[in-house]
Design a protein around this ligand. Structure first.
Ligand SMILES: NC(=O)c1ccc[n+]([C@@H]2O[C@H](COP(=O)([O-])OP(=O)(O)OC[C@H]3O[C@@H](n4cnc5c(N)ncnc54)[C@H](OP(=O)(O)O)[C@@H]3O)[C@@H](O)[C@H]2O)c1
Length: 331
């Protein structure tokens, strides 16, 4: 098995499974700083060299900074850390944007950020275009290597592209359950060579054997913010009974490939056009699934598997009609 990589841009190759760090920001169990950073080294040694994080993910950026200090130089160059800039909507002057980027640089112990993924909460506030202009300037000056987005819809990215902004990626929710990106985001991204990085692909762990044949969880059973978030998504999609049908089908496919439900769910999205990588949340020091997740790279789904999966997803509500385009769940 070799962990596959992909090129996000000329000078930025990433692992196609990224390690997600939202899980260190609270609401996912007690994270111990030292165990988390030691665990990051193990991910890196196993070939999982790419981290997804954000300025708003609690201590995530400082964990990356400390982790980077522990890597020998020849290993450091193999590691990629993709952060996010998630400001409160308000005036976006150069000094405000630069202040935040400088904070990320300092915490992450680097002089140039591999990728900054920009998030904006309120489309009615057009200052997001000012922020993008300043971020682009900081990229041209070298503090940022590449600029990407997270949770922007197709309509707004089209505006940005028409204004000439150069963007390498958009990070969106994309899973067997939530295939909204296929309506307009994927075709648009293919046309403009924008890569998708996906989250929610495992629905916080719901897409696994753990939940096969289990009754609908009570609120108290949803022990992480991630499970709470995606339980709502399952509800909106079609409910627990239909979800069990999906898990049964995925389990059948997994057995056929001597694989796991999580592997099938990850591979299904990795095979989609425009998808560069799937982000899998890591509860550092609490749980890890590296051996299982590395099997994704040897797995090949066939057309029969895809037909079986769509025979279930075809019965669900259309999330694009219910929620809207990518990211609309945040607005
Ligand atoms: N841009 C955004 O708005 C946004 C939003 C959400 C997330 N994200 C990013 O995406 C990352 C992923 O977060 P997520 O909330 O979407 O979670 P997720 O990746 O769907 O689920 C992560 C959980 O899945 C379980 N898991 C992982 N591999 C498994 C395997 N092989 N078999 C069985 N279970 C497995 C683990 O549960 P256990 O720990 O319980 O074992 C893990 O904690 C975040 O860390 C963040 O970087 C971004």
């Amino acid at each position: 098995m070799s962990i596959s990589k992909t090129v996000l841009s000329d000078d930025l190759s990433i692992c196609r499974i990224l390690n997600g760090m939202w899980q260190v920001s609270g609401g996912h169990g007690q994270i111990n700083r030292e165990s988390a950073i030691s665990e990051m080294v193990k991910y890196h040694e196993s070939g999982f060299t790419t981290w997804d994080l954000a300025d708003i993910y609690g201590p995530a950026e400082s964990y990356v900074g400390e982790f980077r200090k522990r890597l020998p130089l020849q290993e450091l160059v193999k590691s990629q850390a993709l952060t996010k800039f998630v400001p409160n909507p308000g005036p976006m002057t150069k000094s405000i944007v630069e202040y935040h980027i400088d904070q990320s640089l300092e915490k992450m112990n680097t002089d140039s950020l591999d990728l900054v993924q920009f998030h904006w909460w309120d489309y009615n506030n057009l200052s997001y275009l000012d922020a993008l202009a300043h971020l682009s300037k900081l990229r041209d000056e070298g503090k940022i290597k590449h600029l990407g987005l997270t949770n922007f819809d197709t309509k707004r990215i089209k505006i940005m592209i028409e204004k000439g902004f150069k963007l390498v990626s958009n990070q969106v929710q994309y899973s067997i359950l939530d295939q909204r990106p296929e309506k307009s985001m994927v075709p648009f991204c293919q046309k403009h060579e924008i890569h998708l990085l996906t989250y929610g692909t495992l629905l916080g762990g719901f897409l696994s054997e753990t939940y096969l044949n289990s009754p609908a969880p009570h609120r108290a059973d949803l022990t992480t913010f991630s499970l709470q978030k995606y339980y709502n998504m399952i509800d909106t999609w079609g409910g627990w009974k239909l979800f069990q049908e999906l898990l049964h089908t995925l389990s059948q496919i997994a057995k056929k490939h001597n694989s796991s439900i999580a592997n099938i769910a990850t591979r299904f999205i990795l095979d989609k056009p425009a998808v560069a990588g799937v982000i899998i949340g890591a509860r550092l020091g609490i749980s890890e699934h590296r051996v299982d997740n590395s099997k994704v790279f040897d797995l090949q789904l066939d057309s029969q598997d895809r037909v079986l999966i769509s025979s279930i997803t075809g019965k669900s509500n259309d999330l694009f009609d219910v929620i809207g385009d990518c990211g609309d769940e945040y607005r």
